[in-house]
Design a binder for this molecule. Structure first.
Ligand SMILES: NC(=O)c1ccc[n+]([C@@H]2O[C@H](COP(=O)([O-])OP(=O)(O)OC[C@H]3O[C@@H](n4cnc5c(N)ncnc54)[C@H](OP(=O)(O)O)[C@@H]3O)[C@@H](O)[C@H]2O)c1
Length: 257
């Protein structure tokens, strides 16, 4: 397995991407690279489309040239959030943000270019070693007696370790088409924050607020729970987000006191 970073290739550079993919000569390419700052994308759509849509096409073209298969990481933000039951893979895309549009357009282009590619839509990622919601909540909780967290957006937190394991299994199963890959169960950001605080044994008070009270540049879907029907049909079960949060809290390096 070869892990490539942005230093190996900027995915906007088609030639460089082709060289790197050719040198690596993989059986599968997993494209996780993206411009993921959802609010940043809103103010910088040209960069967002150049990386998330056109960059993805560059990677797909390069993969196709060497006969490699592709897993593309997409997002729950391709949906508008108006449903109240889990989104199925057949549900229509209707992104509300620039970031969501870049991912939706990338999905369409990749499926046209490489119908056998696998589009793995995930959501609310957290993991060790990077900026993520649990890490931010724990850092804020260390210095504040109370935190306000939005309680009107519902989704599926997903531990990067579980996502990575599922992607490996998707490759081994030769999966193609759209698959939703998230931890099982759903919650609001407020409920997630409350469990993070209690799981870490902290006493910080978490208060529910509305998205309107915490206005941000990019709109977020109020409901973006992704159905695991297709994933289960492929024989893959994901752990619950509560179980994953427990493991994350155990595995996370503890601050030195
Ligand atoms: N985070 C979520 O909640 C979430 C939800 C749904 C889907 N996803 C998708 O899952 C994937 C991983 O998300 P993440 O949150 O783990 O992402 P992340 O931490 O923001 O990492 C994105 C990576 O992409 C690289 N990158 C950015 N622009 C690039 C470019 N032009 N060329 C090459 N590499 C570039 C970055 O490199 P540098 O650090 O060097 O800039 C970084 O290593 C993304 O495709 C994202 O859209 C994420």
């Amino acid at each position: 397995m070869t892990g490539l970073t942005s230093h190996a290739a900027d995915i906007r550079d088609a030639k460089r991407v082709q060289d790197v993919v050719q040198e690596t000569n993989p059986e599968w390419v997993v494209l996780a690279a993206a411009y993921t700052d959802v609010d940043g994308c809103e103010g910088n759509p040209d960069l967002a489309f150049a990386v998330n849509r056109d960059g993805a096409v560059n990677v797909a073209v390069a993969a196709k040239k060497v006969g490699a298969r592709l897993v593309f990481l997409s997002s729950d933000y391709v949906f508008d959030g108006k449903k109240t039951t889990p989104y199925e893979i057949e549900d229509a895309r209707n992104p509300q943000s620039v970031y969501g549009r870049t991912k939706a357009e990338a999905e369409i282009r990749l499926l046209a270019l490489m119908p056998e590619c696998c589009i793995a839509r995930t959501s609310w990622l957290f993991g060790i070693g990077g900026k993520c919601f649990p890490d931010t909540i724990l850092k804020l909780a260390a210095s504040r007696p109370a935190l306000d967290v939005v309680n009107d957006q519902r989704g599926c937190p997903t531990y990067s370790v579980d996502l990575a394991r599922a992607i490996v299994r998707l490759c081994r199963k030769d999966a193609s088409g759209i698959v939703h890959v998230t931890n099982a169960g759903d919650c609001t950001w407020f409920e997630f924050a409350r469990d993070i605080i209690s799981g870490a044994g902290l006493a910080t008070v978490v208060r529910p607020v509305s998205s309107q009270q915490m206005a941000r540049p990019a709109p977020r879907p109020s409901y973006s729970v992704l159905s695991a029907t297709r994933l289960r049909a492929l024989g893959i079960e994901m752990p619950s987000w509560r179980d994953s949060l427990r493991r994350y809290l155990e595995e996370r390096p503890k601050p030195i006191r």
